[in-house]
Design a protein around this ligand. Structure first.
Ligand code: PXG
Length: 476
């Protein structure tokens, strides 16, 4: 039972504030709030951490504990917490025009301004923006968009989208199908038809005896093989994150993306770069596609677009695709496509990122410092490999660096222990399996980078001790 005893009805609502005791907040949360990607009965037993405020890179919980948030919320708070400008922009916009739609021959200034700004920031001929409220919605748009594009060009059967195992593209029916997470496909009848998944470029786990470069090529060539098997006239697009985020910050070998780009060009396959995590400075450039030298036809955006201060996402589309789509009525859209308040907040966020040189700083100073700190953890006996680009990094934990062995325990058991040791020591660092990952706010200072490194090392030390005492340092 989910705390039914404490369940009370509506009149309580106005009294629920930050000042309520944590236990009471937890009980109400468990009684009424269903959490995403959570086993809610387990959560009820443990009790949720109640986050009450945040400034810069620091979160505070309802018991007054502070945490350095090395995940920027959920990979999104690029400008850090507590900036007043987006709040002011949001209030101004709410006073002036809280909502109007962009259907039926109407538009409004925030949507005009934001799409124009995005066209300026985006590379090459990516000049057209279709708005959504999230990355999932934007990827749903992309499915319909690429299929409609080929149908308009007289190829209605060119409708298969190739993606990758262990990719994350959202959790709606469409975007969850694009994603390659089998545990998601097992619930709710996913994937939808005509989505095909190839293997991911995860050298550490899947590279075997190949060098990273050989492996990168082999994995990229799986795309060519899939196109040949399925038929060039059947494949509409390939979608991928420049660097997989939720899959474990998997940075592909250097040979991977050039080969993927060659194949997309050679077979006339549209390339969709999912920039939901990589976009807006995370890799040290405005878009991950620039860092990895990719020429996408469509980019999915969300998260860092507003630094999470308001929900907004979208697709940035090339001149060529937009010209073809513009020849028909694209029967697609959301009530909140281009929501004026979200657009105003996103514009303010982009202004801060640009005017304060935050993206440039990731490339020139804070990124290299973060990399040095992160790589210094590689000498720890638990750490097999550290990887980082800009402000997204991962480290693999292993019982044996040489053989890249996995732990005998179930995948993720060690990761969870380490994550809990991070929390206990004031650090929010995620685990994906037995890989630890970071994606801090881009405004993290050199002093905070040092604190991050110190707390991560402490968590690794405690984890090592724990594994040793429990006899868990064994390889599978
Ligand atoms: N594409 C990518 C690459 C993402 O990382 C989405 C699309 C979907 O965006 P929305 O806004 O619909 O959530 C994402 C989201 C995790 C985690 O556990 C990652 C995401 C969302 C929730 C959890 O790392 N990424």
């Amino acid at each position: 039972m989910r705390g039914a005893a404490t369940l009370r009805k509506a009149p309580l609502m106005n009294m629920i504030t930050n000042h309520m005791p944590t236990e009471e907040l937890r009980a109400l949360d468990s009684a009424h709030h269903m959490h995403p990607f959570t086993h809610n009965n387990d959560l009820t037993k443990k009790g949720a951490r109640v986050i009450t405020r945040a400034r810069g890179v620091t979160l505070t919980d309802s018991d007054g504990n502070d945490y350095l948030d090395a995940m920027a919320g959920l990979w999104c708070v690029n400008i850090g917490y507590g900036r007043t400008e987006p709040a002011d922009a949001s209030a101004r916009q709410m006073h002036e025009l809280p909502f109007y739609n962009t259907f039926f021959q109407t538009t409004h200034v925030p949507a005009i301004a934001l799409s124009t700004k995005l066209a300026e920031l985006a590379p090459r001929d990516l000049n057209h923006v279709f708005f959504a409220s999230s990355g999932s919605e934007a990827n749903d748009t992309n499915i319909r968009l690429v299929r409609t594009y080929w149908a308009q060009k007289g190829h209605p059967d060119k409708n298969i989208i190739i993606s990758r195992k262990n990719a994350y593209h959202g959790s709606s029916v469409g975007s969850g199908s694009l994603g390659g997470m089998t545990f998601m496909h097992e619930q709710g009848g996913l994937p939808i038809p005509n989505i095909h998944h190839i293997d991911q470029p995860d050298w550490w786990n899947e590279g075997g005896d190949m060098s990273p470069e050989e492996f990168g090529l082999e994995r990229a060539q799986q795309l060519e093989k899939a196109i040949q098997d399925l038929g060039e006239n059947r494949v509409a697009a390939f979608i991928a994150e420049p660097i997989q985020g939720a899959g474990g910050v998997i940075i592909p070998p250097s040979t991977y993306w050039p080969e993927i780009q060659r194949i997309c060009d050679a077979y006339d396959i549209l390339l969709i770069a999912d920039e939901v995590i990589c976009g807006f400075g995370r890799t040290g450039k405005w878009f991950g596609s620039e860092t990895l030298n990719i020429r996408p036809d469509i980019m999915t955006i969300a998260k860092g677009l507003s630094s999470g201060y308001a929900p907004i996402g979208g697709s940035i589309i090339s001149d060529e695709i937009a010209a073809v789509i513009d020849n028909c009525e694209f029967a697609h859209g959301y009530t909140y496509s281009g929501h004026p308040v979200s657009c105003a907040v996103a514009l303010e966020n982009l202004r801060i990122l640009q005017e304060e040189g935050i993206v440039d700083r990731v490339a020139s100073t804070t990124g290299p410092l973060m990399a040095e700190t992160w790589h210094s953890l590689a000498d720890h006996p638990l750490v097999g490999e550290t990887n980082i680009v800009g402000m997204m990094g991962s480290m693999v934990m292993t019982p044996d660096k040489e053989s890249r062995a996995k732990f005998a325990s179930e995948s993720g058991a060690v990761g969870l222990i380490c994550r809990e040791n991070c929390f206990k020591n004031g650090l929010v660092m995620r685990h994906v399996g037995d890989r630890m990952i970071i994606s801090p706010p881009l405004v993290i200072t050199p002093k905070e980078i040092k604190t991050l490194g110190d707390r991560a090392r402490l968590a690794l030390d405690l984890t090592y001790k724990h594994l040793k005492s429990e006899g868990m340092l064994k390889a599978a």
